[in-house]
Design a protein around this ligand. Structure first.
Ligand code: KG4
Ligand code: ZN
Length: 332
């Protein structure tokens, strides 16, 4: 008999649902909340309310696109965290109610583990063990994936995440939120002519707060000389910032590969949609003789297919949650 899983992701500002049959993604629906753009960042209260409005139509559409009736489902999965607690509660409560009413198991999924396992939503899949650089709005981590559900953290950011570095730079430049994709687009018509300092962080950890400060001082100084500096040089500023963020990420990834001797190397999370990081990884991978894995765009940013894939492995392991399952904003 087939294993059919409905997964719900509501950790931040995307309401998402996906259906997976025997490890194959049948549907993957995301409703992004554009309402936050006007505030220059995600407003938690607004996000929870939008999830509440979106969740029924998004789940309906995911089932319809998959051609699956809810009575055929084997389990319902949801994101346990990390994320915004009010947003997580909407997805968790919905999943619990659905599992209870259908009399099927409930599965809770760690959002960052799911970003890594997004690689198993499509082919080619990385061979185990592999290294994954997971870069999102809230996290920057290098993970050693030993088994699907067994991951070791080799390094992480000690302050800001890579996505935050993009988004905060965008704010300084007067760009909309989230600025990552906007900076990426602008960078494509610019040159990395400005040099931002590289942080000196030991081991496989990252730091982006110093970079943020140096960008702030750079902009202040340049606009003092020329009030139109930003408008006149936006593509070059974006290309320079992006080049530095990418170089910081890839340097540590290379170090991790050298230390572990692993040549299966992947990237995941929202920032893995960045064109500079994608092409940088490909080039480095060729040089280092790695097999590199870059997710399709829809599996980079927040989505429920990755939650469904992770839930599938948990289902096979018999790892189910009770009705007392409660989401958490942070782990550890
Ligand atoms: O994984 P994700 O969708 O949500 C979190 O779990 O945080 O990641 C969102 C982050 C945001 O910081 C956004 O600016 C960044 O991913 N992002 C990008 C690009 N697309 C999304 N950053 C740089 N370049 C992109 N193309
Ligand atoms: Zn995410």
């Amino acid at each position: 008999m087939s294993i059919i899983i409905l997964a719900i992701e509501s950790s931040c500002d995307d309401t998402a649902a996906a259906v997976l049959r025997d490890g194959v993604v049948l549907s993957n629906v995301v409703a992004s909340q554009d309402v936050h753009r006007q505030y220059g960042g995600v407003v938690p209260e607004v996000a929870s309310r939008a999830h509440q409005e979106n969740i029924v139509p998004v789940v309906d559409l995911a089932l319809r696109n998959a051609g699956v009736d809810k009575n055929e489902l084997s389990a319902v999965a949801f994101t346990k965290g990390p994320g915004l607690i009010g947003s997580l509660i909407v997805g968790a409560s919905f999943a619990k109610a659905m599992a209870l009413s259908l009399g099927i198991p409930l599965i809770e999924v760690h959002h960052m583990q799911a970003h890594v396992l997004a690689h198993f939503a499509e082919d080619p899949k990385p061979a185990l063990p592999f290294l994954c650089l997971t870069v999102s709005g809230g996290h920057t981590q290098i993970v050693l994936v030993k088994k699907h559900l067994e991951m070791e953290f080799l390094g992480q950011t000690i302050d800001d995440a890579a996505g935050e570095a993009f988004d905060k730079t965008g704010k300084m430049l007067g760009l909309d939120y989230p600025a990552g994709p906007i900076i990426d687009k602008l960078a494509q018509s610019g040159q990395a002519v400005y040099e931002f300092p590289e942080p000196q962080v030991p081991g496989l950890n990252f730091s982006f707060s110093g970079l943020k400060t140096s960008i702030l001082y750079f902009i202040k100084e340049k606009t003092k000389e020329n009030p139109n500096f930003i408008q006149e040089n936006l593509p070059n500023i974006c290309a320079s910032v992006q080049a530095r963020i990418v170089s910081i990420l890839l340097k540590k990834l290379r170090k991790a590969a050298q230390q572990t001797g692993i040549k299966e190397v992947a990237i995941a999370g929202g920032v893995s949609a960045n064109s500079g990081l994608r092409s940088g990884l490909e080039a480095l991978g060729k040089k280092e003789a790695w097999n590199t894995y870059i997710p399709r765009f829809e599996f980079c940013t927040d989505n429920a297919a990755m939650i469904a894939v992770t839930a599938y492995y948990k289902y096979l392991n018999g790892e189910f949650a009770g009705q007392d399952a409660a989401p958490v904003a942070r782990f550890g």
